[in-house]
Design a protein around this ligand. Structure first.
Ligand code: BV6
Length: 605
């Protein structure tokens, strides 16, 4: 039979640089531009992937092959797409990306870890690295090799709808928790010198986002303007990118926001001069969803300009995600007319291919069916439960120091559990869970509510009364103590922007009515600090639980003293929104609870 022509780029024994150069030299303009194009799952048929040489596909928030789809269903979908990509002349595998920002959160039955604000309160880089390892396994279980995480935003104003996606207001805490990257991708070898690195097929390529200053916008308005000096940008928002590059992060996603009025998606100085040439970032830069469209207002008003500005700024892969023929045709024309130089295209494709070769995608382009069982594995749920325990911050314990309320006695006559967030798995997971905006209720995925955890922890003789919103009859009864879980409903992005930051009704009234009739601990489920001073006096104890995820048992573990409280605030607990922005280190600093605050209790274990 005819000897298959030896192709250097297909030889895994060749150095990555040799493989990239060989493949690049063989590619047509259409094949190069295809690699720079990322489309949404909904329009990614095998035929489209083959016809347009598409290099990447994504799931937008909540975009799933079927409701409650199994790991096998996910893997079959990706296999079909990959066959399309590999059927092309050069057989370049496509890379599928998804927002696994607290576990593989679009996927039914996945373990949902606490959102980043809670992980910030743990101050535990090793824990976060282990979460990265578990997340990589649960993502690979669905056949996916690439995640748009971690968000390394330094949220400076809790009015921002995405503040819960940020580990902390303090860049040093965020820098320390870039350890997630080392969990997701694997620890870089000593001589990696910032090159992208993915250890193998149980790891995934990561994405540090959103570059840069996404957490510093005016009044926390999502996608708005970050008005700050170069010194401020480099000392507050840039540091996590230093650590991300040192840890070999494979990709960086550009922010929708602007820096001093210049759209980040059009910022050549920060993307090319600084990130690529000064910091020597060698992975690929990806736009956000319709990020180049939003360079203009209204978005997409001048798409040719958006393409010229975005690609020209140094963005390598465009998350289109739907109008891909328009993108491909327009970019092709601009290269043919020498508006965009071929050297820019070659830099982009070089970087994309470097990541794909380095992570072994050419050798293992298909899902590994043997990993399906990693999805929602008990071992990962136990890790998430540990993370919940360590994320809880105890802000008040007893109306006087000699009469602490916590830890609660497991053996009691009758206790009351109340509040909208006590028995609502969707609420305790928050946004970016099953759907983009998150859900309410207990049927959207598998997990343990705070109430279930309490029932599993107390002595069998203890009577547990549950009432979401106790009426006078319930309140007339006698309880040894009460646990009140209230807070914010789930939200994502702009939907979460909030200028008053009050505890949503009926939370405050439930706190006041229950705490009047029984000794009470309030557990706040929220993506950020909220106005709490008016109710603090009513509470005997107060716990910030953030957005704990599916393993609600972790809350009971600490409330009842199996484990001690250790969490420390990763954000300043402001007194009033009129003070905002107000962050640790500011000259005027008058919080209810300062950054780093957290009471402790001794745990039995
Ligand atoms: O129909 N509409 O009205 C509508 C409105 C807004 C939309 O906006 C879009 O909706 C979301 C759900 O599809 C998308 O995920 C993104 S968000 C963006 O997506 C990336 C990929 O998921 C993440 O890594 C980034 O971190 C995040 O900033 C976009 O804002 C979509 C549709």
């Amino acid at each position: 039979s005819a000897r298959a022509e030896y192709l250097k780029y297909k030889d895994p024994k060749q150095p990555v640089s040799v493989r990239v150069k060989d493949l690049l030299s063989r590619m047509t303009l259409a094949e190069k531009i295809g690699q720079m194009t990322q489309i949404e799952r909904e329009n990614a048929t095998a035929d489209v992937l083959a016809k347009y040489f598409i290099g990447s596909v994504l799931s937008g928030g909540g975009s799933v092959p079927a409701p409650q789809a199994s790991a096998q269903t996910w893997a079959s979908m990706i296999t079909e797409m990959q066959k399309g990509a590999l059927s092309t002349r050069l057989g370049i595998p496509m890379i599928y990306g998804i927002d696994a920002v607290h576990g593989n959160n679009n996927v039914y039955k996945a373990t949902i870890f606490p959102h980043n604000i809670g992980l910030g309160a743990t101050r535990d880089p090793d824990l976060v690295k282990r979460i990265g390892e578990a997340t990589a396994l649960e993502v690979r279980a669905t056949g996916i090799p690439y995640v748009f995480a971690p968000c390394v935003a330094v949220c400076r104003d809790p009015r921002w709808g995405r503040c819960y996606e940020s580990y902390s207001e303090d860049p040093m805490v965020v820098q320390s928790l870039t350890s997630l990257i080392s969990g997701l991708q694997g620890e870089v070898p000593a001589d990696s010198a910032g090159r992208p690195y993915v250890a193998g097929s149980k790891n995934v390529a990561a994405c540090a986002k959103h570059y840069v200053g996404d957490g510093g916008t005016y009044m926390g308005i999502n996608e708005n303007n970050t008005i700050i000096s170069a010194h401020g940008l480099l000392s507050i928002h840039m540091p996590p990118y230093y650590n991300s590059i040192i840890r070999g992060v494979s990709t960086v996603m550009v922010s929708y926001s602007s820096w001093n009025g210049v759209k980040m998606h059009a910022n050549h100085f920060l993307i090319t001069d600084f990130l690529k040439n000064k910091l020597k970032f060698r992975g690929f830069v990806i736009s956000d969803w319709e990020g180049i469209d939003r360079i203009t207002s209204p978005p997409h008003a001048n798409y040719s300009y958006s393409i010229e500005a975005g690609i020209g700024a140094g963005i390598d892969m465009i998350m289109v995600p739907y109008r891909y023929t328009e993108f491909i045709d327009d970019l092709t024309t601009q290269v043919q007319n020498k508006v965009i130089p071929m050297s820019r295209i070659d830099d982009a494709v070089y970087r994309i291919l470097r990541v794909k070769f380095t992570m072994g995608l050419f050798e293992s382009p298909y899902p590994d069916a043997s990993l399906a069982g990693e999805l929602g594995k008990q071992e990962h749920r136990d890790l998430a439960r540990e993370a919940v325990r360590k994320s809880l911050v105890l802000l008040k314990n007893g109306k006087s120091s000699y009469a602490p309320l916590l830890p609660l006695p497991k053996k009691a006559g009758k206790i009351l559990v109340a509040g909208s967030h006590a028995d609502n798995l969707g609420y305790q997971c928050g946004g970016w869970t099953i759907t983009w905006q998150g859900e309410s209720g207990n049927n959207n995925t598998i997990g343990t509510t705070i109430l279930s955890g309490i029932k599993a922890t107390v002595d069998p003789s203890t009577q547990v009364v549950y009432s979401e919103s106790p009426d006078s009859t319930v309140l007339a009864d006698k309880y040894d103590y009460a646990i009140v879980a209230v807070g914010e409903p789930p939200y994502a992005e702009t939907a979460g922007d909030n200028l008053n930051l009050t505890i949503p009704a009926p939370g405050p009234s439930v706190i006041q009515s229950v705490c009047k009739v029984a000794r009470c601990v309030v557990v706040l489920i929220s993506g950020r600090p909220l106005v709490v001073e008016p109710y603090l006096g009513d509470m005997d104890a107060f716990v910030a639980a953030w957005l704990p995820g599916t393993e609600g048992q972790g809350v009971a573990d600490v409330l009842f003293g199996d484990y001690g409280f250790t969490g420390k605030l990763s954000r300043t607990w402001f007194r009033s929104v009129d003070q905002l922005p107000m962050n640790v280190g500011d000259a005027h600093y008058d919080p209810v609870f300062p950054f780093g605050y957290g009471l402790t209790t001794k745990g039995a274990k």
